[in-house]
Design a protein. Structure first.
Ligand SMILES: Cc1cc2nc3c(=O)[nH]c(=O)nc-3n(C[C@H](O)[C@H](O)[C@H](O)COP(=O)(O)OP(=O)(O)OC[C@H]3O[C@@H](n4cnc5c(N)ncnc54)[C@H](O)[C@@H]3O)c2cc1C
Length: 446
């Protein structure tokens, strides 16, 4: 049994991975570039809260953490749509009892770090992994607050240092056939806040993910435990209506009042937040190979960064940890086999969720406000109710069915969408959708 495992990055995935490995008796150390977030005040920036769903929950359950994390989460049972004309609509995510969970990124990360340390894992903060020597199996670690540099041996190294992974670059630069693709979407994002009401309550319906779909862009809001909502504006960088044009209090105010009138009433500080909060970009990263022999793998965003529109980046990274753990059992600690199968299983799934996530941006910003789309969703929910094994809506496969591979969910989603597109062309479908004829037609195409 190999003993010395080094993890680069104590983010969500690195911290959870360390707990899995420590429970198996491995000696694990983590090197984290940032200072200990448990001792610092957080600043606005990269997604304050996240949607945690069944894949992530299953991974947390396997290490006995699910109940504790549920205590700091808020269930969201569906999308609450805010149309521009002031009307609203609620679209359940799944069947009764199915929901996703809004959780604070920082609170979750801090809990995972606490648990990691309770398992005896040493987390070295303010220590940046700067280089890897693949011959000697060492990493060079630089202090972020002094000139100190150290060289550390590893038997196994995991790169969980996020989308812009240094470890991945070290792997890439010393690999003669490394494949790497990155795509930015034309929208970035900025976070804003809806505070509690004067009486200290949530300002909107709590158990929902709020969406203001506006075709080329959208605003969303997720609830927090402190009764605030964190809003995220996904918005083009350039063009007539874009971040580049909203650069004075007057233009920001005019745009928000025109576009999100009901949200503006609830956001007293949105103008200054808009001017002061950072604007971030959204990237998909695909690469291959993730592994080296029996001694290295990328994991989490470092292996597969995806855009957030299916709320699956962290969930997918957590699932990586669970699958890796199952493979350790299956291959009885044979790391060459474990890593080989980890990559062959996870790479197609990661590619699939990356593509599904890009597609879901269009669905969220454009289609959620379209009555035809709402009818389509209604028909799919009806089919699911009648034939739960034959028709599972794509969203449910991704979000509530951890035992369906993302790659299979992707294939099923493509097939179902093609069927639904033809169903939606049936004359008077609005009246006929519950008919035996339509039901038979759909089932015959499956
Ligand atoms: C706007 C937005 C919304 C999102 N919403 C959701 C959602 O609702 N649901 C969901 O499942 N996912 C969501 N995600 C995705 C999710 O944030 C990521 O998938 C998740 O954070 C990945 O975790 P990670 O540990 O792999 O990487 P990270 O969280 O990026 O952690 C990487 C860690 O490595 C450290 N590090 C970096 N470089 C080095 C180095 N050289 N040496 C040492 N340490 C280093 C960093 O400081 C960091 O702590 C969202 C992402 C964004 C941007």
């Amino acid at each position: 049994m190999k003993k010395e495992i080094i993890i680069a990055g104590a983010g969500l995935v690195g911290s959870l991975l360390s707990i899995y490995l420590a429970k198996r008796g491995y000696k694990v150390s983590i090197y984290e570039k940032r200072h200990d977030m448990r001792k610092e005040t957080m600043t606005a920036g990269r997604s304050i809260n996240l949607a945690l769903s069944d894949r992530g929950l299953l991974a947390l359950e396997r290490v006995g953490l699910v109940e504790e994390i549920k205590e700091i989460s808020i269930p969201m049972t569906g999308r609450y749509i805010h149309n521009i004309d002031g009307t609203t609509a609620f679209q359940p995510y799944g069947r009764e009892g199915q929901y996703i969970n809004s959780v604070s990124r920082a609170a979750l990360n801090m809990k995972l770090m606490d648990h990691a340390e309770n398992q005896g894992i040493k987390i070295y903060f303010g220590q940046k992994c700067a280089a890897v020597d693949w011959e000697k199996n060492t990493i060079t670690v630089e202090s972020t607050s002094s000139a100190s540099i150290s060289v550390v041996n590893f038997d196994i190294l995991f790169g969980s240092d996020g989308s812009f992974s240094t470890v991945r670059l070290q792997h890439q630069l010393q690999h003669h056939k490394f494949e790497y693709q990155q795509y930015y979407i034309d929208c970035g994002y900025k976070e804003l806040t809806i505070p509690p009401t004067a009486s200290g309550d949530f300002a909107m319906k709590i158990n929902a993910l709020h969406i203001w779909p506006r075709k080329d862009y959208m605003l969303i809001a997720l609830p927090n435990m402190d009764k605030t909502f964190t809003c995220t504006l996904f918005f083009p960088f350039e063009g007539e209506t874009s971040f580049s044009k909203l650069n004075t209090p007057e233009t920001i105010k005019a745009f928000f009042e025109r576009t999100f009138p009901d949200a503006v009433e609830l956001m007293p500080d949105y103008v200054s937040e808009f001017l002061n909060n950072p604007m971030s970009s959204l990237v998909t990263i695909k690469c291959y190979p993730w592994i080296r022999e029996d001694k290295f793998s990328l994991i989490g965003d470092a292996a597969h960064a995806i855009v957030p529109f299916f709320g699956q980046g962290m969930n997918c990274g957590f699932e990586d940890c669970r699958i890796l753990d199952e493979l350790i059992d299956e291959h009885d600690g044979n790391w060459k086999m474990i890593l080989k199968e980890f990559q062959s299983t996870r790479k197609p799934d990661a590619d699939a969720i990356a593509d599904l996530a890009v597609g879901n941006f269009t669905e969220m910003r454009e289609r959620t406000a379209d009555p035809k789309f709402l009818l389509q969703k209604k028909i799919e929910a009806w089919l699911h109710e009648k034939h739960p094994d034959k028709w599972i809506p794509a969203y449910s496969q991704v979000t509530f069915k951890p035992h369906i591979h993302f790659a299979d969910a992707f294939r099923n989603a493509m097939k179902q969408e093609a069927i639904m597109r033809s169903v939606m062309t049936i004359q008077n479908i609005e009246e006929r959708w519950r008919s035996e004829e339509v039901e038979k037609m759909i089932l015959s195409k499956l």
